[in-house]
Design a protein around this ligand. Structure first.
Ligand SMILES: C[S@@+](CC[C@H](N)C(=O)[O-])C[C@H]1O[C@@H](n2cnc3c(N)ncnc32)[C@H](O)[C@@H]1O
Length: 274
């Protein structure tokens, strides 16, 4: 079912890069002028990054990567879309920020990054659903971390995808394998954009599957936080706040819309004394 997923998904992303770069959603001019795209809970949960080596997997246009660079991290973004990496490099240069951007598939990251290791591996918001297999992804994350380093993952909550687009009736399976399907033209950043590569191979990775994959590669899970906030109007009745986040109306029962995980690689075991 997922055969050919990489070519299908890369064509989808390559076509959307210029659309996203010109979109209000990504507002690259704001980033050029010094604007920040990281969410307050990410900044708090990751903590200070000054002087740390940070790898951002599936970095897209690099806007969040540059947010960590502004906070003093030495950043390396990686993405399998060549136009995305070119755009990210230009954006870093326009913003006057030091950042390295590498064109590679996430499953090939350890080789593409020359065997380097990092204090922080960051990945976020609309990344994991493009990957058919979690366990090899978690292996990559563990290999990129130096002893004592941690992965920080911020994602849309999988429960939000089982409902229809109007209300909270369950219409999609939570336990589904990666699926190939014809998506609408355009994208979340520009619904009206005219596009020809509209097929995707998409996965829904349950919360348990993600956390288990991370634990199975030997990382210690430090937190799994669920947040009642989203970054887009998952349903038309969510309320948009001035900071661009979306919330349940006052009094309406809430479900989590976003989750974050921090998991750490153990320090090197102390050498035994004779
Ligand atoms: C929604 S973006 C996530 C980044 C960030 N949240 C944002 O909105 O800018 C998803 C990114 O994953 C990348 N991607 C998808 N599959 C990939 C793979 N197998 N290896 C590397 N990058 C991949 C796409 O090119 C895209 O840039």
């Amino acid at each position: 079912m997922a055969e050919g997923w990489r070519e299908t998904n890369r064509a989808w992303w390559d076509e959307r890069v210029p659309i996203h770069a010109a979109s209000d959603y990504y507002d690259l001019d704001r980033v050029r002028r010094g604007g920040d795209t990281l969410r307050p809970f990410e900044i708090e949960e990751v903590g200070p990054v000054e002087g740390l080596d940070l790898a951002h997997l599936q970095c897209h246009l690099g806007v969040d990567t540059l947010g960590w660079a502004r906070r003093g991290a030495r950043v390396t973004g990686l993405d399998f879309s060549a136009p995305a990496i070119e755009t990210a490099r230009r954006l870093a240069s326009d913003a006057g920020l030091a950042a390295e951007f590498v064109h590679a598939d996430v499953y090939d990251a350890p080789r593409a990054l020359g065997g380097r290791d990092f204090d922080v591996v960051y990945t976020g918001f609309g990344a994991l659903n493009w990957l058919p297999d979690l366990r090899p992804w978690a292996d990559v994350v563990a290999r990129l971390l130096r002893p004592g380093g941690f992965v920080y993952l911020a994602e849309f909550h999988p429960i939000a995808w089982v409902f229809g687009d109007a209300g909270l009736d369950v219409v999609h399976d939570y336990f589904r394998s990666p699926q190939r399907f014809d998506d609408a033209a355009g994208s979340y950043a520009d619904r009206e954009a005219d596009t020809v590569h509209n097929q995707v191979v998409d996965a829904l990775h349950g919360l348990g599957a993600v956390v288990s994959a991370i634990a199975e590669v030997g990382l210690t899970v430090e937190h799994v936080h669920e947040h009642d906030v989203s970054l887009f109007a998952r349903w038309p009745w969510l309320e948009r706040y001035d900071d661009g986040t979306y919330h349940f109306p006052e009094g309406r029962p809430r479900i989590p819309l976003v989750y974050t995980v921090r998991a750490r690689r153990a320090e090197r075991p102390a050498e035994r004394r004779r």
